[in-house]
Ligand binder design. Structure first.
Ligand SMILES: [Ca+2]
Ligand SMILES: [Ca+2]
Length: 211
């Protein structure tokens, strides 16, 4: 069952925090790309956050992950793509860089970037695993930002990451970098599709509609 999500009561405050943080990152960003990685120049909104699955209650084999959607008209290489994850107050900042030079995302396609408790046990639904830089648990409330060639491509502030299933952008709506800023456009997907015993979300696929 997919549960409607309540409106984000402090949305304006978090948006303000995010804008300040993004401004800080822009001002202090390096002029060079991350290490020796070639990056792909992108426009704002070419890639957008679409679904998050955090640490689950009980045993879990599907992992924690961040799903990204390519809303551009072209395939994009993700080498050098940088994700920044922090709590809503800006603390506990983690930064990950995609170091796979052949990881592509097709136009209109998805990639799933994640973390397994047992490193190296990448499941079929995950395209890239971040290593030790990933926090042990995705924050329950946080901010995610995505950059390529030092340019911010998308960011979201989210709240109440569920412990069963995923937090997913409404599959009924057009997914854009602006639409995913609105908390009311997201919902919990705790659907269990047999024979699976857990709520897996829809990694690598279009999200289910929110009701
Ligand atoms: Ca956004
Ligand atoms: Ca999905």
């Amino acid at each position: 069952m997919i549960k409607p999500r309540s409106r984000f009561s402090c949305a304006q405050q978090y948006v303000y925090i995010s804008i300040v943080l993004l401004g800080f990152l822009t001002v202090t960003g390096c002029e060079r790309g991350p290490l020796d990685l070639v990056c792909t120049p992108m426009e704002v909104g070419d890639l957008v956050f679409s679904e998050l699955r955090g640490n689950q209650t009980g045993d879990d084999t599907a992992g924690q992950w961040i799903e990204v959607y390519n809303s551009s008209a072209s395939p994009l290489n993700l080498s050098g793509l940088t994700l920044t994850l922090m709590k809503l107050d800006g603390s506990s900042l983690h930064e990950f860089v995609v170091r796979d030079q052949v990881l592509d995302i097709s136009a209109g396609g998805f990639v799933v970037l994640g973390h397994m408790d047992t490193p190296g046990s990448l499941p079929d639904h995950m395209d890239y695993e971040f290593g030790d830089a990933f926090p042990s648990k995705l924050f329950t409330d946080g901010i995610l930002e995505m950059r390529s060639c030092q340019a911010t491509i998308d960011w979201i502030a989210y709240q109440d990451l569920p412990k069963t299933g995923s937090l997913a952008f409404d599959g009924n709506l057009a997914l854009t970098f602006e639409a995913n800023d609105q908390q009311e456009n997201w919902c919990v997907d705790d659907t269990i599709v047999l024979p699976a015993e857990a709520a897996l979300g829809t990694p690598g696929e279009t999200n289910r509609p929110c009701e």
